[in-house]
Design a protein around this ligand. Structure first.
Ligand code: XMP
Length: 188
């Protein structure tokens, strides 16, 4: 495992994002919605740096390929959403990889009637983009490596690391969760 972003770098990056976001939404009603589960550490740090009123919520997005769903269909659970009507919506996610998760979440939240929809991601991976949509705020650009820590997991582990590390190929076993054509690839 190789450290990619130290606690200090993360701290500075999150502060920079908070200042961009505070500036952008000054005086506007704001709802912040984190995409479970990977965003929670970033979300918790980010909102504590926003010195303003806001509404907070969560969505869970899972990408399934099974008999009952179309290939790659994204299923969004919206039970923990705040009221979005009359609010500007800022989505918070851990990592922009292909962009399909963010694209799917945005499409499914637009009918909830927010005044606008933008997004912030802690990390953006190079060379993986498929979706047309771009995140509006990006913490760090990273190489195309599998990363863990600061909310991101490998088989459910490492989310609580206070830094971001990349796993070497030898540390990644051939798990279905990491395969692009898997039957269940949760956006967690
Ligand atoms: P897409 O491709 O839809 O993917 O932009 C976003 C979701 O995929 C997961 N993901 C990762 N999770 N380390 C992780 O722990 C990674 O390197 C990684 N790359 C993608 C993550 O759930 C993200 O929200």
């Amino acid at each position: 495992m190789k450290t990619l972003l130290t606690q200090h770098q993360l701290d500075e990056g999150v502060s920079r994002l908070a200042s961009e976001i505070s500036h952008y939404y000054r005086g506007q009603p704001l709802a912040i919605v984190g995409v479970l589960t990977g965003s929670i550490v970033f979300l918790a740090d980010l909102i504590r740096r926003l010195n303003r009123s806001l509404r907070l919520g969560l969505v869970q997005a899972s990408s399934y390929r099974g008999a009952a769903t179309s290939p790659g269909e994204l299923v969004i659970h919206t039970g923990l959403l705040p009221e979005l009507k009359g609010q500007h919506l800022l989505l918070v996610d851990d990592i922009y990889d292909t962009g399909l998760t963010l694209d799917g979440v945005i499409r499914q939240l637009i009918p909830h009637g927010p005044l606008s929809v933008r997004s912030v991601v802690l990390l953006r991976k190079h060379g993986r983009k498929i979706a047309a949509i771009e995140p509006d705020h990006v913490g760090f650009e990273i190489p195309n490596e599998f990363v863990v820590g600061y909310g991101l997991d490998y088989r459910g582990a490492y989310r609580n690391l206070p830094y971001v590390a990349s796993l070497e190929a030898a540390e990644l076993s051939d798990t279905p969760e990491l395969m692009p054509d898997s039957s269940l690839r949760g956006s967690t």
